[in-house]
Ligand binder design. Structure first.
Ligand code: ASP
Ligand code: MG
Length: 368
């Protein structure tokens, strides 16, 4: 059976996301509003996800710390979710002043449903009925990133950097034509450019490699955001606000070879012998030796050994004879190593100089 031909093609839907540094003050915000109004006038339906104004999430966290040593994560979510609400309202006002109708929504108003893990919630469903209605009316929809509502109707936040995930989960739910993630950097680099002067901008990257890069310490994009894009097959670009450069295009297209290097010093190694007393003993089956967790994401106190990891990402790395050996040699002494679909990883003692090591690995294994 052949499917019917659609009678009319709707206007392209594009989801944009602006990071906090692109919205740091009134002038920056007005500049972004102008660009959005122009794009809408050219005939694109836009949904714009915003972060909190530069530095304001940190300021709210510092404020909470002055009030309480152990604030409840639920109350932190109530507090931190306000940062993005400030930006969404201001941007909506600024866009209206450019002569384009706009409306702002919180995450819960957009139908972003999460689990109930406060401060580090996962999106489990997106029902953007109100967003679709407003797009139909010809409005730009401005969305407060980084937040949703749990199935218990509680406000939740998605973890630091979570606005990226709002953007790509919404893009998936809206069947958007594309998504553009704007920040103050040109795109994804072969290493953190603050650590490695020679790091270069990657024109293209696959979902899998970028997700692996993000999960293993790179601050460039939220890993869950990439997972949403991968599952929905939405291609997106990471690019610099106000620049005409294309940035990094992320899609399903594969590239063989090592693309980038990253590291993380926020890891905890829990040996198998300690797992039985640990709240995460459910993970015992995962390994005979032990498990490695991201200490940033832990809710309960967990006892383990602080360690670091260093990773190289790309496709088909195990097919490259000698690569894993070369990588392990460069990082020696290593506590252990493993491979994943999109990376090779080593576990290191916490005292290692990750900056020097990242430079060494970049120089030896990444083609200029
Ligand atoms: N404002 C939040 C943060 O600073 C979320 C985000 O910017 O994506 O982490
Ligand atoms: Mg970010």
């Amino acid at each position: 059976m052949t499917s019917p031909t659609p009678i009319s093609r709707r206007k392209a839907i594009v989801v944009q996301k602006y990071g906090g540094s692109s919205l740091a003050d009134a002038a920056a915000l007005k500049g972004v509003a102008k660009g959005i109004a122009q794009r809408v006038k050219e005939g694109t339906q836009l949904v714009v996800v915003v972060s909190a104004m530069g530095g304001s999430t940190d300021a709210l966290i510092a404020l909470a710390a002055q009030i309480s040593e152990h604030p409840k994560r639920r109350e932190l979510d109530m507090l931190l979710s306000t940062g993005e609400r400030v930006t969404m309202a201001l941007l909506s006002m600024a866009i209206a002043d450019c002569g384009v109708e706009a409306i702002s929504f919180t995450g819960s108003q957009c139908g972003i449903i999460t689990n109930d893990r406060h401060a580090d919630a996962r999106i489990i469903d997106v029902r953007p009925v109100r967003v679709e209605d407003e797009l139909e009316r010809g409005r730009v929809v401005i969305v407060a990133g980084f937040q949703g509502m749990s199935y218990k109707r509680e406000i939740t936040t998605l973890g630091r950097g979570g606005s990226d995930t709002t953007a790509l989960a919404l893009a998936a739910a809206l069947h958007a034509d594309s998504c553009e993630i704007y920040s103050d950097v040109e795109g994804v680099f072969s290493a953190d450019p603050r650590l490695v002067n020679e790091a270069h901008l990657l024109d293209t990257m696959s979902y899998g490699s970028l997700e692996s890069l993000a999960r293993n310490g790179a601050k460039v994009l939220h890993a869950d955001a990439v997972a949403w894009a991968r599952r929905a097959g939405i291609q997106f670009s990471a690019r610099k606000t106000g620049s005409s450069a294309k940035g990094t295009l992320v899609s399903a297209a594969k590239h063989s070879g090592v693309q980038a290097v990253t590291s993380s010093d926020k890891r905890l190694w829990i040996a198998a012998s300690a797992l039985t007393q640990s709240p995460i003993q459910a993970l015992v089956w995962a390994s005979h030796e032990g498990v490695l967790v991201n200490s940033e994401n832990l809710h309960e106190e967990t006892y383990g050994e602080a360690c670091s990891t260093l990773s190289i990402v790309g496709e088909g790395l195990l097919d490259n004879a000698g690569l894993s050996e070369a990588f392990i040699d460069l990082c020696a002494p290593v506590l252990g190593w493993w491979s994943s679909d999109y990376g090779l990883h080593v576990r290191l003692t916490a005292d290692r100089d990750l900056k020097a090591l990242t430079r060494r690995v970049h120089a030896a294994l990444i083609e200029p």
